[in-house]
Design a protein around this ligand. Structure first.
Ligand code: 8X3
Length: 245
């Protein structure tokens, strides 16, 4: 029996790695794509999947990834992304903004463009990993909120444009998820600052919570499109409103 095929970008850690594991547990063959080859090689071995080294901002790497996937793809999880810096607009680093737009928006665009025919051929589903930062604004978040708003709009636009095609287009928008990498990347390796983000929060979400939700979204019947799932820990009522003990 052939298994449905899934591709997860940013699969080397955090939500991406957890999603690769969850989709494999749900019966998918999973192509794990990320920049860090050693990590995805280990993950692919663990879940009996395939590892493809890929930086989604590199057009040649995305073309090679699409070639490896082939002409049918059931599930595409566009998870590669991230935040760099927490500076106000007035002093934000232009290169941080550019990098965030490049990975969260252009990277997703490249992967979608390369794999849309394969998704249509399989009547597949796209899950874009957005953020509550794509639904609201917060001080210091601007480069990231702008990029995730762009991703949210891209998702909605695709759903309009592809309404007559056998492909579903969805977004999951997580709030506070404690992963090894997200805040460490945002604060450029400053572990103390990264840990402050979750300080006193009884139970932030963990990568497995998001992976489970993505897997549910990706395994609905073919006529069911989960447009948007906003998912936050109970202790977070809004981006700004977090209960700390
Ligand atoms: C992560 C959520 O609140 O840090 O995407 O923007 S937030």
């Amino acid at each position: 029996m052939t298994h449905p095929l899934a591709l997860v970008t940013g699969a080397s850690s955090g939500i991406g790695a957890a999603t690769a594991r969850a989709l494999a547990a749900a019966g998918h063959e999973v192509v794990c794509a990320a920049r860090r080859t050693d990590r995805i090689a280990d993950l692919a071995a663990e879940i009996d999947g395939r590892a493809v080294t890929c930086d989604v901002t590199d057009p040649d790497a995305v073309a090679a990834l699409a070639a490896e996937v082939g002409d049918r793809l059931d599930v595409l999880v566009n998870n590669a992304g991230g935040a760099y810096g927490l500076d106000p607009v007035a002093t934000g680093d232009v290169e941080d903004w550019r990098a965030m737009y490049e990975v969260n928006v252009i990277g997703t665009l490249r992967v979608v463009q390369a794999l849309l025919p394969s998704l249509v051929a399989a009547e597949g589903v796209i899950v874009n990993v957005g953020s509550i930062a794509g639904r609201t604004s917060y001080e210091g978040g601007a480069g990231y909120t702008a990029a995730k708003h762009a991703l949210a709009t891209m998702t909605e636009t695709m759903r309009l444009e592809l309404v007559d095609q056998p492909v579903r287009v969805t977004e999951i928008a997580p709030g506070m998820v404690q992963t090894e990498g997200f805040s460490l990347t945002r604060f450029k390796g400053d572990r103390e600052r990264a840990e402050q983000v979750y300080a006193g929060v009884a139970e932030p979400l963990v990568a497995d919570d998001i992976a489970e939700a993505i897997t549910w979204m990706a395994t609905r019947p073919r006529h069911v499109n989960i447009d948007l799932m906003v998912i936050k820990p109970r202790a977070q009522a809004a981006a700004h409103k977090v209960h700390r003990e």
